[in-house]
Design a protein around this ligand. Structure first.
Ligand code: AMP
Length: 428
C-alpha cells in the first residue's frame, strides 16, 4: 500500500463545479490525504481498498465521486427505473447510516434535489422507509439487516447497483454481518465498482477483499491528525474511579466529554453516580429505543448534552464536531476498539484528548492494548488520587493476572483532591 502526504487541491482532483462550490461553502480548504489519493481513481471507476483512520475524511472520499458519477449518468439514463438503487453504501450501525446520508445530502445541495439519497436502518418503522423508497433512490445508505427485510418485501432491488461501498468493513464482519453481506452481494450485478473502507484488516476483511475486488487501488493513509490527539493514562485505586472521573470533569470543565464503559447497565450506573455528584450525564447504548438514541446523539452533536456515557456502539464512525475529550472509564476488550474510541476526539485536525482510567485490574490489559497499537504511555497519577501501590512492569510480569494489592479499595480521602496543574497545562 502507498502512503500519501501531499494533498492536491480539490479542483485538481477532477471534481465538478456543484461539488467544488459546496466544498468552498463548507470551508474545506484542501483535500485530506485519503481524498487526494483516492478521489481521482474512484472517479475513473476503479475499485478501491482504503485503510484510513477515523476522522480522515473518508465519507467525502466516496460521496463526492458517487454524486459526480450519478450526475453525469443522469443525462444518459432514462429517469423511470422502478425500485432501483444506483449507489449502495453499507454501514454497520444505524447512527452511521444517518450520519453518512446527511453528509451526502449536504455535499449534494447544488444538484438541487436531482439526486435522491436515503438512509434505511432497523429500530424504526419499515413502512415509512418503504414509502420513501417508492420510485427507487440514487443513493441508499443501509445497515445490512433492514436492507434485506426491505428487499424481501420488494421495496427495493439491487440489480441496478453500479457502485457498492462497504464502510467500516471490519466492524461489519465483527458484528456478525457476514451472512447478510453475502446475501446482499449476491443480489447486486457482477459488474460494479466496489469501494471498501476498513480501519483494520483482519483475515476476514482480507478474504472479502480478495473475493470481491477487481484489481483495486490500495491506499493506506496515516492520519495527519494523529499528533493533535493527546493520549494519557491515569492510574487509580479500584473503587475510586468514579470519584476521579467526577473530579476531572468538574475541575477541567470540558465543554463536552464522551465516556466509554463496557456494558449497557454500566452506562446507567455510572450516569446515576455522576448525577448524584451534580454532573448531568446521559447514556447511549443498544438497549435504548431508536428515538431515544437519535435524541441523545443529536443532543450530543448539537452540544446540548455535555457528558455522554456510551458503550462501543458509539465508538465507530461517529463524527462529533470538536469533541474535546474521550474517556475510557472501562477499557475496551479489543485493542482496535481502543483506537476507534479515541478517534472520536481530535478529528479533522482539532486538538483532542483521550484519557484512560486504569485500576490494578486493568494494568495487564492496558499493556496488551499498547502493544497491539504500538503505543507506550506514561502512567500518571492525579494528586489526591494516588494509588496505594505503583505497579511496575516487573510486578506485572510476575503477577499475571493481577492480584489485588494490599490496601487497595475504597478509602476515605481526607483532603480535597487536586489535579497536578501541569498535567492539564499541556492540553489546555
Ligand atoms: P469522516 O472521516 O468522513 O467522518 O470526516 C470527518 C470530519 O472531517 C467531518 O466532519 C467532515 O465534514 C470533515 N472533513 C472531511 N473532509 C474535509 C476536508 N477536506 N477539510 C476539512 N474538513 C473535512
Amino acid at each position: 500500500m502507498s502512503t500519501v502526504t501531499t494533498p492536491a487541491n480539490f479542483t485538481e482532483l477532477g471534481l465538478i463545479t456543484p461539488l467544488l462550490a459546496r466544498l468552498t461553502e463548507l470551508e474545506y480548504q484542501q483535500p485530506t490525504p485519503i481524498q487526494a489519493q483516492a478521489i481521482p481513481s474512484v472517479l475513473a471507476g476503479r475499485d478501491l481498498i482504503a485503510g484510513a483512520n477515523t476522522g480522515s475524511g473518508k465519507t467525502a472520499t466516496f460521496a463526492l465521486p458517487i454524486l459526480q458519477q450519478i450526475h453525469e449518468q443522469a443525462d444518459k439514463t432514462p429517469s423511470s427505473k422502478g425500485n432501483y438503487v444506483t449507489a449502495l453504501i453499507l454501514v454497520p450501525t444505524r447512527e452511521l447510516a444517518k450520519q453518512v446520508a446527511d453528509s451526502i445530502k449536504s455535499y449534494a445541495v447544488h444538484f438541487n434535489g436531482a439526486i435522491k439519497t436515503l438512509a434505511v436502518f432497523g429500530g424504526v418503522s419499515a413502512n415509512t422507509q418503504m414509502l420513501a423508497l417508492r420510485g427507487g433512490t440514487d443513493i441508499l445508505v443501509a445497515t445490512p439487516g433492514r436492507l434485506l427485510d426491505l428487499i424481501s418485501s420488494n421495496a427495493i432491488k439491487l440489480d441496478k447497483v453500479k457502485t457498492l461501498v462497504l464502510d467500516e468493513a471490519d466492524r461489519m464482519l465483527s458484528l456478525g454481518f457476514t451472512e447478510e453481506l453475502s446475501a446482499l452481494l449476491a443480489l447486486t450485478p457482477k459488474q460494479k465498482q466496489i469501494l471498501l473502507f476498513s480501519a483494520t484488516f483482519p483475515e476476514q476483511v482480507k478474504s472479502l477483499t480478495q473475493e470481491l475486488l477487481n484489481n483495486p487501488v490500495e491506499i493506506q493513509v496515516q492520519s495527519s491528525d494523529a499528533s493533535t490527539l493527546v493520549q494519557r493514562v491515569f492510574t487509580v485505586n479500584k473503587g475510586e474511579k468514579t470519584a476521579l472521573l467526577a473530579h476531572l470533569i468538574q475541575l477541567h470543565q470540558w465543554r463536552q466529554a464522551l465516556i466509554f464503559v463496557n456494558a449497557k447497565n454500566n452506562c446507567e450506573h455510572l450516569a446515576e453516580k455522576l448525577i448524584k455528584r451534580g454532573i448531568r450525564a446521559e447514556v447511549f447504548h443498544g438497549d435504548k429505543g431508536q428515538s431515544e438514541r437519535t435524541r441523545v446523539l443529536d443532543g450530543f452533536k448539537a452540544g446540548e448534552i455535555e457528558v455522554l456515557i456510551a458503550t462501543d456502539i458509539a465508538a465507530r464512525g461517529l463524527d462529533i464536531e470538536k469533541l474535546p475529550v474521550v474517556i475510557n472509564f472501562n477499557l475496551p476488550r479489543s485493542p482496535s476498539d481502543y483506537m476507534h474510541r479515541i478517534g472520536r476526539s481530535g478529528r479533522a485536525g482539532e486538538v483532542g484528548l483521550a484519557l484512560s482510567l486504569i485500576d490494578y485490574e486493568d494494568y495487564h490489559h492496558f499493556k496488551v492494548i499498547e502493544k497491539k497499537n504500538k503505543i507506550r504511555l506514561e502512567r500518571e497519577q492525579v494528586e489526591g488520587f494516588e494509588v496505594d501501590e505503583i505497579i511496575t512492569d516487573a510486578i506485572l510480569a510476575a503477577n499475571k493476572p493481577m492480584a489485588k494489592p494490599e490496601g487497595s479499595g475504597k478509602k476515605k480521602r481526607k483532603k480535597k483532591p487536586q489535579v497536578n496543574a501541569d498535567i492539564w497545562l499541556k492540553n489546555s
